[in-house]
Design a protein around this ligand. Structure first.
Ligand code: CAA
Length: 417
């Protein structure tokens, strides 16, 4: 019998403040509809220097352990996927291990591949368990990032930040992964990157969308081929329609709409042997809208409130979806697409577990968002202009969270609230 493996539970941490996108639009002299309808964004998390990727990762992992009464002695691996780490050498995973005082007999490491790092970590952990090397132990995989672009740039309304910690185990109560069906696509491109020494990303925005869609097509077709070979989906009807929901990496929510249209285009071209054209586009538009509303819209709730969180974006999508629909989706297969610029894309799938609703109740996502505070545009701009590595003074870590509070002899110091 095949080894069951996947996500047993999850927990989320987000910066404690956010900016409303309409406030940003007004301050920049942009029609708010461009951000809210054109990009599909509502709010974006605004991290101050005390809320770095390590502090958010540790806060999410602490919630995961406490909410699920985990025994740390049963953990054999701690992986952090991040593209906004805090040191050129020392792993964020080591900082998290230290902040949470986790046992020393575990493998700790970071994975960097733009927004794909969390998924690479998830697959490494899942394969470690499936291979038997874990010998009954579980892994924590954390995706944690702060998304930043230059002030006043086209990327500005697509900032955000957050962390999602996943417990990966042989008891996938939340989501059992379809093992060995993943489709991947990678190529060497400069669509989005962050040269050494820069805090803000450099991005070729419209080209990055094209790269995302190209990677999605390749990865989706790879997944579909394996899913058909294993008789998980029927080749005749539109294969993507057989997935109950599809969760995409969302740098901004409208991207999920573009992504879903691309997946349907792949299906229609390949199953009907046609080449996409404008007439087909118009003919398929109503079905496309209906399919997006049914399969994708409910995955975007949390992402629209947090903005881009790079590695954590896909996992915020899963959290937001299951928070709303876990009970209804029990036993259903969902599709997942992870994209990291540079680039690598992976399409995979999993089946929602019988205890998913119970696990999502334990994650208390409502509390996490309710604790946030809306800030004004001038405060947002002040925070983003602060020099890196200098946390705001007079702010203490809230109970249950961690906060970076400065460096001593180049050693970063974190405080627990
Ligand atoms: N009312 C309603 N809609 C409006 C509008 C208005 N007044 N004005 C413009 N719009 C619409 C446009 O029609 C457009 O919609 P479509 O894409 O459906 O055509 C949308 O709003 C955006 O408008 P523009 O394309 O003119 O926006 P822009 O050029 O200023 O910037 C962007 C858009 C390129 C995505 C930019 O925000 C950006 O560079 N973002 C960062 C890069 C990014 O997120 N890339 C995504 C793929 S890479 C990835 O996924 C990895 C990652 O996490 C970064």
């Amino acid at each position: 019998m095949r080894q069951r493996v996947g996500i047993e539970s999850l927990a989320v941490a987000v910066p404690h403040r956010y900016l409303d996108l309409e406030d940003l639009a007004r301050a920049r002299g942009v029609d708010p509809a461009k951000y809210t309808q054109g990009l599909g964004a509502k709010q974006m998390a605004v991290a101050e220097p005390g809320e770095d990727a390590a502090a958010l990762a540790a806060t999410a992992a602490k919630r995961l352990i406490e909410n699920n009464s985990l025994d740390p002695a049963n953990l054999g691996m701690l992986v952090v996927g991040t593209e906004t780490g805090v040191d050129h050498s020392k792993a964020v995973a080591s900082y998290v291990q230290g902040m949470l005082k986790l046992p020393r007999g575990m493998r700790t490491f970071d994975v960097q591949h733009a927004c794909y790092g969390g998924t690479a970590g998830l697959m490494a952990a899942a394969e470690w368990i499936a291979s038997g090397a874990a010998a009954g132990r579980s892994a924590i995989v954390i995706a944690s990032d702060i998304a930043r672009y230059e002030l006043n740039s086209p990327g500005e309304p697509t900032q955000g930040g957050g962390a999602v910690a996943l417990l990966v185990s042989a008891e996938p109560d939340l989501l059992e992964l379809d093992f060995g069906m993943n489709g991947v696509f990678s190529m060497d491109v400069h669509d989005f990157w962050r040269p050494l020494g820069r805090r803000e990303a450099v991005v070729d925005g419209h080209y990055s969308i094209a790269c995302y869609l190209e990677a999605l097509s390749g990865a989706y077709r790879g997944w579909r081929e394996r899913a058909i070979a294993r008789e998980m989906i029927r080749p005749k009807d539109l294969p993507s329609e057989q997935l109950a929901r599809v969760v995409y990496h969302v740098p901004f929510c409208k991207m999920a709409k573009k992504a879903h249209a691309q997946v349907r285009r792949c299906d229609i071209e390949d199953t009907r042997g046609v080449t996409w054209n404008e007439a087909l586009d118009a003919q398929e538009a109503p079905a496309m809208t209906a399919s997006f509303e049914k399969q994708v819209a409910s995955t975007l709730g949390l992402c629209a409130q947090v903005g881009n969180a790079y590695t954590a974006s896909l996992y915020l999508g899963i959290a937001g979806l299951l928070e709303k629909e876990a009970a209804a989706l029990e036993g259903e297969r969902i599709g997942l697409f992870s994209y990291g610029s540079g680039c690598c894309g992976e399409f995979f799938s999993g089946v929602v577990g019988k205890k998913a609703a119970q696990k999502m109740a334990a994650a208390k996502l409502g509390n996490v968002l309710a604790q946030r505070e809306r800030i004004r545009f001038d405060e947002y701009e002040r925070v983003l202009k602060l020099p890196p590595g200098e946390p705001l003074q007079g702010i203490h870590a809230a109970p249950g969270t961690f906060r970076y509070c400065g460096s001593q002899d180049f050693r970063r110091v974190y405080a627990a609230g």
